[in-house]
Design a protein around this ligand. Structure first.
Ligand SMILES: [Mg+2]
Length: 376
């Protein structure tokens, strides 16, 4: 790939994700303090908040501004249905305010905002235009405005995931991780049955991780705060996967919630492969960030029967892990296919992301050995 083929897209997208991180931090603070207490439930019972819609509107507006509203194709998680219900006026008002507050800060991130505040119909339009169905031809942006909304409402880990697909291939990936500490040393492991982490109070928290396909590099920026503006490329650090290839020393990540994944199957698999460390259970695509940055070595996800993985839950994270030196495939060892619309169609059983080929081969082998005895 030409090195800067997607240079403009990457530049704008990283800045937009920085903006979105700041927006989310503000809303999360409000949620925890009780001033932003509107959490809605979607059809699948997953929560959705002011932040989900506000990030989607903000990112959509910015991408249209920079790449032309006529030609931009965006596939994103949220729609305006719940926002348009008769009892949602207050909620919509909060979204409009939140979006305008975020857009007003655009210059801090080196972006141009709108000349004047957006009205409710413009905000709804920005959200609802993200209804592309993707596919194998052309450029499509893929957005999960808040990945891990449950972690978000709990004050825990969540991510903003933005990727660009060109002719069916993921070509850039950005993960905003507003609560993920910059240094591994500042991750505190709590061993209360779960093996979770939280950040220590002294460390700087929050980062944006990004890459472009074929670069062989993944980068991490700290979050931009207040008026200090963009801090220049010196502030971005190269990240790399872990060099550990001995299963006895490796750590694997999995989802906190069991609803869309199967913890007992991964536990059996981990045992079979000789993993000794307890799993690191993390909300959201921060799991991919953890692999890319060398904080853990393996991420496995095996959905329960019937659950179909959506591309916005994986596109950015998969590319970041790959460019940071890792390997990501389905459980049959095949690459994930992002060219067939909003779902990862044809996915063989689950997703296995590893820091290196040796661990990956062992996991895939173990899947074959233990699959028949499982009840997935
Ligand atoms: Mg989401």
């Amino acid at each position: 790939m030409e090195k800067n083929k997607y240079g403009k897209e990457l530049d704008v997208a990283v800045k937009v994700v920085q903006m979105a991180c700041s927006l989310c931090k503000t809303v999360q603070k409000g949620l925890i303090s009780g001033s932003f207490n509107q959490v809605k439930s979607k059809n699948d019972d997953s929560p959705v908040t002011v932040a989900d819609w506000s990030v989607q509107a903000t990112v959509s507006w910015m991408l249209c501004e920079y790449f032309g509203s006529e030609s931009v194709s965006i596939i994103a998680e949220e729609d305006v249905q719940a926002l348009s219900e008769p009892d949602s006026e207050g909620l919509l008002g909060m979204v409009v305010t939140t979006v305008n507050e975020a857009l007003a800060k655009a210059p801090i991130y080196g972006l141009n905002g709108p000349g004047k505040a957006l009205m409710a119909p413009q905000v709804l339009e920005a959200i609802s235009r993200c209804n592309s169905s993707g596919g194998p031809v052309g450029k499509h942006w893929v957005l999960d405005p808040v990945d891990g909304t449950l972690g978000f409402v709990r004050g825990d880990q969540y991510a903003i995931a933005l990727a660009l697909i060109d002719d069916g291939k993921v070509v850039i990936g950005i993960l905003g991780c507003p609560n993920y500490p910059l240094e591994k040393e500042s991750l505190n492991y709590h061993d209360n049955g779960l093996h979770k982490f939280s950040s220590s109070s002294t460390s700087e928290v929050g980062c944006v991780i990004y890459t472009s396909k074929g670069s062989g590099e993944a980068w991490m920026q700290p979050l931009i705060h207040g008026n200090e503006g963009l801090q220049g490329p010196n502030c971005a650090k190269l990240i790399k996967v872990s060099a550990i290839d001995d299963p006895a020393l490796a750590t694997f990540c999995e989802s906190v919630e069991g609803a869309n994944t199967n913890h007992s199957f991964t536990a059996g698999l981990a045992n079979g492969v000789g993993l000794r460390n307890k799993p690191l259970r993390v909300h959201s695509m921060v799991k991919y960030a953890a692999i890319a940055r060398g904080d853990a070595e393996i991420y496995m996800k095996f959905a329960r029967g019937g659950y179909k993985e959506k591309i916005w839950d994986h596109a950015a994270g998969v590319l970041i892990v790959q460019e940071a030196g890792g390997v990501v495939t389905d459980a049959g060892g095949r690459p994930l296919n992002f060219s067939r619309g909003m779902y990862l169609e044809g996915l063989d059983r689950g997703i296995v992301a590893c820091s290196g080929v040796k661990l990956h081969e062992k996991i895939i082998g173990a899947v074959y050995a233990s699959w028949d005895s499982s009840n997935l």
